[in-house]
Design a protein around this ligand. Structure first.
Ligand code: F6P
Length: 551
């Protein structure tokens, strides 16, 4: 597993040549550009012809990937090697969606039997809940599920339930599923509004079972149950846990038989495929959860076996790497043209930024350039009426990824056509812009004086020449969503390998958690802060303690 990428003069040279040209020049110079720079696989189409790349750039990027040892890293990832070197762990989320029982060894033990056993438990519990067979402490059937978790223990299942579970198929009446992540009590209060404690089940999801926000919300939920159920009721029947720390879950009051497993070899932000996805199985049913896993597994196979030149996660990762490392874009924007994917930008922020927001290479050498771009976004067409102005006329270019499912889940007249047309029009507008001549022609005859005309033209011109990728998929069902998420997981890994970093640890997040401890004690009890605490933090704490109702 060699990891430090070599200098790539070829790509630097190509970058310099491209600086002197525009996207329009590139299309004019190559009538076959769309065909050369759009790739198909299993009904997907990824079009990067509006990115500032050429077929030569893509070939050189594939060569750089080879030189960076990407093939070896992919093999190591799938073989269960300890690719998370800083924590001495594999990153085997693919085991959770493997479709056959080929053994996968971690420290000499095959993990697949444990995965199958967990899947059977997930399906049994989900079926029992969906059929009204799981009862609470008073004997009444559970009707509502509240998932408590944060970060990777929240965003994945919340995204999938929101994307595919908002409207159950006719005739299905699964339990409702609500999510609570924020330690802000407002979040729990909203989730509990209107629920009957006797028919509510909490799923407490925490790999470590030490996460402050999750434990605080779980304790508040326990209090809520205890206050409402008959005195002396054992509220444990209203809890299920998902954790690798079974002892802590039991100490909280969850029966060992109700704790579903997580494993060290699954990172939090890659865990929706595990029992963390229990609410998916509850809301969508075990069969659709299995379809989600199967979709992801199909991308695993593609990523593992397709040559780089036809490998969608590799190609997407390489173009992302090119935009960050060679073209120096500090941002990328993701715009799903699917209301159902409203949570995708937030999910990708955790996946990409917690994975690749790093400052050193694997062996500890400092990076000279950012390892990844900041990521933000919103669904189209809403985003068009929010930040697209910045994209079209702001001074900085941020490459955009348009994600467009073609078939509507709920056909209403021509609305899906309008949606897709807007996606394509925005990509075209970013690319083509609007020239001064065309604006001037439109404004001619309005009787404006020369200065006013110049100002009016200047305000309306869009420079264009702004890059985007368009990703088309046939529809958004469980299989396709599984493919989409796995595609982004693997592309994130590709960018990490090219940057030479470990994408599976997140030590930066730990610092804030550590510092919060003394501040909580200072706010709640007036405990003294460590001498190292700065004057600003001390001043803020004093102000908070003085505020009415702050404790
Ligand atoms: O955000 C940091 C993090 O450690 C994530 O990686 C993880 O998904 C999340 O916190 C929650 O952790 P846990 O599942 O242990 O509660």
């Amino acid at each position: 597993m060699t990891s430090v990428p070599s200098a790539a003069p070829t790509l630097d040279t190509l970058r310099s040549a491209l600086r002197a040209t525009t996207l329009a020049d590139l299309f004019a110079a190559d009538p076959g550009r769309f065909d050369a720079l759009s790739w198909s696989w299993d009904g997907w189409l990824v079009d990067v012809s509006k990115e500032r790349v050429t077929p030569q750039v893509v070939a050189a990027l594939c060569a750089e990937a080879e030189a960076s040892g990407l093939s070896g890293w992919i093999a190591a990832l799938f073989a269960g090697e300890k690719v998370n070197q800083s924590e001495g762990r594999p990153a085997l989320h693919m085991a959770l969606r493997q479709q056959d029982d080929t053994p996968l060894l971690v420290d000499g033990d095959d993990v697949i039997p444990a995965v199958r056993a967990a899947q059977a438990r997930i399906a049994a519990l989900a079926d029992a809940l969906r059929a009204g067979r799981r009862t609470g402490a008073t004997g009444r059937a559970i009707r509502d599920v509240v998932h408590i978790g944060i970060g990777g223990s929240d965003l994945g299942p919340r995204l999938v339930c929101d994307a595919l579970g908002a409207l159950p198929p006719p005739g299905e009446h699964p339990p409702s599923v609500r999510f609570v992540s924020n330690v802000d009590p407002e979040h729990l209060a909203r989730a509990l509004a209107g629920l009957d404690p006797a028919t509510t089940l909490f799923v407490v999801v925490s790999k470590t079972f030490t996460t402050q926000e999750t434990l605080a919300n779980a304790a508040a939920a326990r209090d809520w149950l205890a206050a409402a159920l008959p005195a002396g009721t054992a509220v444990g029947a209203h809890f299920v846990g998902v954790s690798s720390n079974v002892a802590a879950a039991q100490a909280f009051g969850i029966a060992a038989a109700d704790v579903l497993p997580m494993w060290d070899w699954v990172g939090g932000r890659y865990s929706l495929w595990s029992a963390v996805g229990l609410p998916i199985a509850i809301r969508l049913g075990p069969a659709r959860f299995a379809e989600l896993l199967a979709g992801a597994a199909s991308v695993d196979h593609h990523f593992r076996t397709a040559p780089f030149e036809r490998n969608l996660p590799v190609l997407l990762g390489l173009v992302g790497w090119w935009n960050t490392r060679y073209l120096g874009h500090p941002e990328r924007v993701v715009v799903p043209y699917a209301h159902a994917l409203g949570l995708l930008p937030a999910f990708l922020q955790q996946l990409v930024l917690e994975s690749n927001g790093k400052r050193v290479r694997r062996a500890g050498e400092a990076l000279e350039r950012p390892s990844c771009a900041a990521l933000w976004g919103m669904t189209g067409t809403d985003g068009q009426h929010a930040f697209f102005q910045w994209l079209h006329q702001g001074l900085r270019e941020a490459p955009v990824e348009f994600i467009v499912p073609l078939a509507a889940a709920h056909p209403h007249g021509r609305q899906q056509t309008l949606l897709i047309a807007n996606a394509l029009a925005q990509a075209q507008a970013l690319f083509a812009g609007r020239s001064p001549d065309s604006v001037r022609a439109e404004l001619a005859g309005r009787g404006l004086g020369a200065a006013a005309l110049d100002a009016a033209v200047a305000a309306r011109v869009c420079p264009g020449n702004r890059a985007s990728t368009t990703i088309l998929l046939p529809e958004l069902d469980a299989r396709r969503l599984g493919q989409l998420l796995a595609l982004y997981e693997h592309r994130t890994f590709v960018e990490a390998v090219l940057a030479g970093i470990n994408c599976f640890d997140q030590f930066g997040v730990e610092l804030g958690k550590t510092l919060a401890g003394p501040i909580i004690a200072a706010l709640a009890d007036g405990a003294p802060l460590p001498d190292s605490a700065d004057a600003s933090t001390r001043g803020l704490i004093a102000r908070v303690r003085a505020a009415p109702g702050s404790r």
